[in-house]
Design a protein around this ligand. Structure first.
Ligand code: CA
Length: 401
C-alpha cells in the first residue's frame, strides 16, 4: 500500500503521519543534512540525479534518488565509478538503540556490458553503509549492508530487477559485512554484529585523503551514513567473507538504479521502564525539483515510435509523464510468477508490462498506467529490444474481465 504525500511548490515539507513518523522531503533545493559525491568512471557514464519521476512513480512521492555508474572494465580499481548519498545526522547513535532501519531500492536490468549478459548482471542494489566505532572512542569499522546476500561470482537474480524492493536492514535475516574488525572482516546478521560489538556507535569518519580506495573508513561525503554504489577494487578482494571475492568490479559496473524512502528510528531501552527516544521515527523521501503529475495516453505503436526516443532520458525512460496504455494480455510471454506479461492493442507491437504482485490473465483487456522505458532484455535469446511499462498492481485495471 503506497502512501502519497503532497509536495507544495517544491518546498521541503515535514508531514506528520502515524504510519511513517516524520517525513522529510530531500530535493536539490532542500538537501538538509544530505551530501552527494560522484567519482567518475574511467570511460565516463557516471551520474546521479534527484529524479522527478522514478519507475512506477516510486514508493513515496513520485521521484527518487538515481545513481548510475559507468564503464571502466578491467582497468583499475574503482574504474566503473561510484555514487554516494550521505548524511552525518546520526553520528553518535548506538547501533543497539536502532529500532528501525529500512529503505527501498529499484535496480534496472543492467550490468557489465552495454547489453549485459546473464553472467554480468549487477549483484547488489545501491546499498546502506555505515562508518562505526566498535566501541565509543574505539577503533573504526565499516558496515556494508548486502541486501541481495553474499552473492560473489555467482549470478545475481534477475527477479531482483525492474521492481521496488524494501529492505529491513536490522531484520534477523539481514546480511551485513563488517570491514576492519579483523583482517578478513566479519559477516553476519545485524544481530550478529550487535552481539560481537554491543557498544558500537555510528561515527563520523576521519578526514579522507583517497576516498575511493578500500582503505580505512574514509567516506568522500564525510558522512557516517551513506547510500553507495560502486566497487572499491577490481578483483580478488578479501571482502564479504568470500575468499576471495572475485571480480568485485562486476558487482556494480554499469549500474542503474534508485533509492528512496529511508526510515530510521532509535530508542534507548537500557532502562525498559523509561525508554528514551534518541532518534524519532523519520522517513526521508528523495524527490526531484518538478514532481510529475501528468499522464499521457498512448497507443502501443506510439510507445514504439520516435516519441519515446525524443522524450527519453539517457536510460531510455520516457521522462516527462506517466504513460497509460491499453491492450489484450497475450498468452505468449505471460509469467505471472514474475509479474510480467505483454499487451497488444491491435497494432502488433506488444509492450511488456512489469507489475510484480499484480495479476492479469491471458485474454484479459487491461488499461495500465506506469513508467515507459526502452529496455534491452538479455534474458531472451538473442537479447531483444523491448518497450516496457512498469506499474503498481493497482494501476493495472481490467476492463473486459
Ligand atoms: Ca520519493
Amino acid at each position: 500500500m503506497r502512501i502519497c504525500l503532497c509536495i507544495v511548490l517544491g518546498v521541503c515539507c515535514i508531514v506528520a503521519s502515524g504510519a511513517l513518523g516524520d517525513v522529510v522531503v530531500v530535493s536539490p533545493e532542500n538537501m538538509g543534512s544530505w551530501v552527494t559525491y560522484q567519482k567518475d568512471a574511467v570511460n565516463g557514464g557516471t551520474k546521479y540525479a534527484f529524479a522527478d519521476l522514478a519507475p512506477m512513480g516510486s514508493v513515496i512521492g513520485k521521484g527518487a534518488f538515481y545513481a548510475k555508474t559507468g564503464l571502466g572494465g578491467w582497468v583499475s580499481a574503482t574504474s566503473g565509478g561510484q555514487i554516494w548519498l550521505g548524511t552525518d545526522q546520526f553520528a553518535g547513535v548506538r547501533l543497539a538503540d536502532i529500532t528501525k532501519l529500512e529503505y527501498c531500492t529499484y535496480t534496472y536490468i543492467c550490468g557489465n556490458a552495454p547489453s549485459p549478459s546473464k553472467n554480468d548482471y549487477v549483484r547488489q542494489p545501491i546499498q546502506l553503509q555505515l562508518v562505526v566505532q566498535l566501541s565509543p572512542d574505539g577503533s573504526y569499522g565499516y558496515l556494508m549492508h548486502r541486501p541481495w546476500g553474499l552473492i560473489g561470482k555467482s549470478d545475481a537474480n534477475p527477479l531482483h530487477m525492474e521492481r521496488w524492493e524494501t529492505w529491513n536492514a536490522i531484520a534477523p535475516d539481514s546480511q551485513w559485512y563488517l570491514a576492519y574488525s579483523s583482517s578478513s572482516g566479519m559477516c553476519g546478521t545485524w544481530q550478529d554484529i550487535l552481539a560481537a560489538y554491543p557498544e558500537a556507535v555510528i561515527a563520523t569518519p576521519p578526514p579522507y585523503s583517497e576516498p575511493w580506495k578500500w582503505v580505512p573508513p574514509y567516506t568522500p561525503t564525510g558522512c557516517s551514513l551513506n547510500f553507495e554504489v560502486g566497487a572499491r577494487k577490481r578483483a580478488n578482494a578479501y571482502v564479504f567473507c568470500l575468499n576471495p571475492y572475485n571480480e568485485w568490479w562486476k558487482e556494480s559496473e554499469n549500474f542503474r538504479g534508485y533509492v528512496d524512502k529511508f526510515t530510521i528510528e532509535a530508542i534507548d531501552t537500557n532502562d525498559p521502564q523509561n525508554p528514551v527516544t534518541v532518534v524519532p521515527e523519520t522517513t526521508f523521501d528523495f524527490e526531484g525539483s518538478d514532481p510529475v503529475t501528468r499522464t499521457v495516453f498512448m497507443t502501443n505503436r506510439s510507445a514504439w515510435d520516435t516519441t519515446i526516443s525524443v522524450n527519453r532520458d539517457d536510460d531510455y525512460m520516457f521522462k516527462f509523464s506517466f504513460v497509460r496504455l491499453f491492450g489484450k494480455v497475450l498468452y505468449e510471454g505471460w509469467d505471472i510468477s514474475n509479474g510480467t506479461f505483454y499487451i497488444d492493442d491491435g497494432s502488433g507491437q506488444p509492450v511488456k508490462v512489469f507489475s510484480p504482485g499484480g495479476y492479469a490473465a491471458p485474454g484479459d483487456y487491461v488499461i495500465a498506467k506506469g513508467t515507459l522505458k526502452q529496455t534491452i532484455w538479455p534474458n531472451e535469446n538473442p537479447p531483444i529490444n523491448l518497450r516496457t511499462l512498469s506499474c503498481w498492481p493497482e494501476d493495472v485495471q481490467l476492463i473486459f474481465p
